[in-house]
Design a protein around this ligand. Structure first.
Ligand code: SF4
Ligand code: SF4
Length: 142
C-alpha cells in the first residue's frame, strides 16, 4: 500500500458504448478530467455498431470511481465483472504454489483431499496466480 491519501488502484473494466458516443475520446477525457490512465486491452468497435472496449483503468481510487460514474452518466455501460479465471483440472498437479499469492483465498488446498479448490465467488481476477503456476494450468478467458 502506498500513501494512504493517494491510493492508486487498477481496475479492469469492459465499456460498452451506445452508438452516439462511440466516437467520443473517452480515454482522453479520463486522463484530462480524472487523471485516470486507460490502457486499452481489447477494442471491438465497428462502424454503426455498439462499441466495446476492455480497458485497464489506473488512478487514484476516488478519481477512478468518479471517472466510472462520469462514464455511466454518458450512457456508457461499465462492467467490472469481466474475465474469469480458468483452472485446467487436467493439467493442475495440486502443488499449491498459486494459493500463496492469492489475496482472497479463492485458491486453497483442501486439507482433506490435498487438492486445489477454487472458489470463483472470491476471485477478483487479479491474475497474480497465473505466472506462479509451473504447469500453466491457470488462464483467463479475456
Ligand atoms: S486471479 Fe487473483 S483472486 Fe483470482 S484466484 Fe488468481 S490470485 Fe486469486
Ligand atoms: S500452481 Fe498450478 S499446478 Fe499448482 S495448484 Fe495452482 S493451478 Fe495447480
Amino acid at each position: 500500500m502506498g500513501n494512504p491519501l493517494n491510493t492508486t488502484v487498477k481496475k479492469r473494466v469492459t465499456l460498452t458504448f451506445p452508438k452516439r458516443v462511440v466516437q467520443m475520446p473517452v480515454t482522453y477525457r479520463l486522463a484530462r478530467d480524472f487523471n485516470v490512465a486507460a490502457n486499452i486491452i481489447r477494442a471491438q468497435v465497428a462502424p454503426n455498431q455498439i462499441g466495446k472496449l476492455v480497458v485497464e483503468l489506473s488512478g487514484d481510487i476516488d478519481e477512478l470511481d468518479a471517472a466510472i460514474e462520469w462514464m455511466r452518466s454518458q450512457n456508457i455501460t461499465v462492467s467490472l465483472a469481466l474475465g474469469e479465471i480458468i483452472i485446467d483440472e487436467d493439467v493442475c498437479v495440486h502443488c499449491g504454489l498459486c494459493t500463496g499469492v492469492c489475496p482472497t483465498e479463492a485458491l486453497k488446498i483442501d486439507p482433506q483431499t490435498d487438492k486445489l479448490t477454487f472458489t470463483r465467488s472470491r476471485c477478483i481476477v487479479c491474475e497474480q496466480c497465473i505466472p506462479t503456476c509451473p504447469v500453466e494450468a491457470i488462464s483467463t478467458n479475456l
